[in-house]
Design a protein around this ligand. Sequence first.
Ligand SMILES: *Cc1c(COP(=O)(O)O)cnc(C)c1O
Length: 381
Amino acid sequence: MSVGPERIAVAGPSITDREVELAADAARNAWFQDSYVYNRRFEQMVADYVGVDHAVSLSHCTAALHLGLAALGVGPGDEVIVPDVTWIASVAPVVYVGAEPVLVDILPDTWCIDPDAVEAAIGPRTKAIIGVDLYGSTCDWARLQAIADKHGLVLIEDAAEAFGSLHHGRRAGAFGALSAFSFHGSKTVATGEGGMLATDDPAIYHRILVLRDHGREPGDRFFQNHEFAFKSRMSAVQAALGVGQMERIDELIARKRAIFGWYRDRLGDLNGVAINAEPVGTENSYWMVTAVPDAAFGLDKFALMAAFDQRNIDTRPFFSQLSTLPALDDRPAAKRFVSPTDKGAHAATYGINLPSGYHMDEARVDRVGATLKEILAARRS
Ligand SMILES: *Cc1c(COP(=O)(O)O)cnc(C)c1O
């Protein structure tokens, strides 16, 4: 059997004995009157860190966006403006509540929703805007909020990929009427599956508590349901993992930034390759280090992934334009403001995410960086 170089995974968490100890304690003790102790601690730690009044632990970020839209009263007949390039979980909840997603272009540097494109897509049925902090970049929140205010729309922040990022002195997740985080095992803070909704609005907060628990008032002991709602609570064992992660949050974010720094040292001045941006006034927590080679190399993202795969390195494709996916085949209304020649198409066609999990050390980054240079150099000649 030949022994090639170790396979490098694309993503993965940092779990220490501390998280394991807390999870075990939750499994033993977070029952009876203590069943919510870990959830409450995790929620408070996230609210304090992000700088919001309320945070609610949920089964995943998809549920946070779903309950958030429901709490805001978004429903059939409404349109919600969303970026064309994001994970489908940013947009699926719009469909769950019976509203129509309206896709718009992204910016070529931060890869976040283009405020000009948002304004151009506003119509009489527009109810909300969802901005997505892609790969740790942050949206132009001041402009998006100004647009929302001017047109009487509600702004939602999908901060699933940007835990710990800073935008002009405020943390990702502190913008809009409400925000959503993911603690999926691949994300910056991991509980396996898990999510959180954050808001400063006490009415939204209360509504989420009801919606996530089958329409019961918080603390209801009499099983009196006022409506058909949803069931989207986080378990105590997951919350305990989250508490352990939040105890280490500064270390986790520093590690993500260090991993990006090692990549930047190797790829930052590589001709014809763009990497994650960090505009003045922002600090990117770099969920996924992302490389977007010029079209001139003649390698689309799937060809590039295959080349890395042959060299035992896992990568991910940049999110595709949702408007090109089969899931949107029967939604012409969703696609009326986008086209395959949009600004976002380049990254969506040629970009890949490089291994960015907490298993990455400088030696592994060295190997991935050298591999990218080798693959591209072969195309240059
Ligand atoms: C991961 C992710 C989600 C969904 O998170 P889940 O916890 O898996 O539901 C939503 N939006 C974006 C942008 C994501 O990357």
